[in-house]
Design a protein around this ligand. Structure first.
Ligand code: SF4
Ligand code: F3S
Ligand code: FES
Length: 247
């Protein structure tokens, strides 16, 4: 069954913009990205939109749909009533380049600041991992870097001033993954707290709610990382050890 849907799409650039109304055909089984592509093909050839896989795997098509951070390619049109207006705006936490495309370089800068996996002197093939350690890493490695979690976190969503000191859930999760990896020799607790702003996170769990890969970011990464940091700071023996440089 085809029908005409009312779309309201943000059009503009870094300077100014507005929500513009369109009426676009929708066919059975389509997702929001299909409709945006039809809009581009029929009425708005200059509409800027970033996408790649159309399968929920590249993380490119992040947007806010009726105010909810989502992947456009994974949001079925059947989610909405046929007479409902579907509003599509760029993700809010990162600066707009044009229309639905934002500059997410903040995320790549934060990624570069995380020291790489450090297996010490262990040679490839010398280390055997427990299955539970493998599974923990695998959950975090499902991340497609859509940055919806960083987009939704209140610490930086409306607080540009926090960005230098907070890397967001995606990168705190990366630090947690490495910190809990049995073959990684680096102690990442201090950089998590001091350089990447773990203390800003007050466990609101909005990041977990929007993750399209259903990674339990808060419960499985951020809270365990916080527990490790607290252990280092408040355990007197650990504190003394760190002062003496032996922990
Ligand atoms: Fe996207 Fe989830 Fe990765 Fe965050 S953790 S960037 S929401 S896939
Ligand atoms: Fe932000 Fe997630 Fe913590 S939304 S406050 S990083 S639990
Ligand atoms: Fe790749 Fe949507 S186009 S995740």
């Amino acid at each position: 069954m085809s029908y005409k849907a009312k779309f309201r799409v943000w059009r503009g650039d870094a300077g100014e913009g507005e929500l513009r109304d369109y009426t676009v055909e929708v066919n059975e089984g389509e997702v929001v990205l299909d409709v945006i592509h039809r809009l581009q093909a029929t009425q708005a050839p200059d509409l800027a939109v970033r996408w790649n896989c159309k399968a929920g795997k590249c993380g490119s098509c992040s947007a806010e749909i009726n105010g909810m951070p989502r992947l456009m390619c994974m949001t079925r049109m059947s989610t909405f009533a046929p007479d409902e207006t579907v509003t599509v705006t760029p993700i809010r936490t990162f600066p707009v380049i044009r229309d639905l495309v934002t500059d997410v370089s903040f995320n790549y800068e934060k990624a570069r600041q995380i020291p790489a996996f450090d297996p010490g002197d262990v040679k490839p093939g010398e280390f055997r991992m427990q299955q539970e350690d493998v599974e923990r890493s695998q959950e975090f490695r499902k991340c497609i870097e859509c940055f919806l979690c960083n987009n939704v976190c209140h610490v930086i969503r409306d607080h540009e001033e926090n960005k230098p000191n907070f890397s967001g859930p995606r990168f705190l999760m990366r630090i947690a993954e490495l910190e809990m990896h049995p073959a990684d020799t680096a102690d990442r607790r201090k950089i998590a707290q001091d350089d990447h702003g773990l203390g800003f996170c007050n466990i609101t769990k909005c990041c977990t709610e929007v993750c399209p890969e259903h990674i339990k970011i808060t419960d499985n990464a951020l809270i365990p990382l916080k527990e490790r940091v607290v252990g280092r700071r408040y355990d007197p023996l650990v504190w003394l050890g760190s002062k003496l440089g032996i922990v």
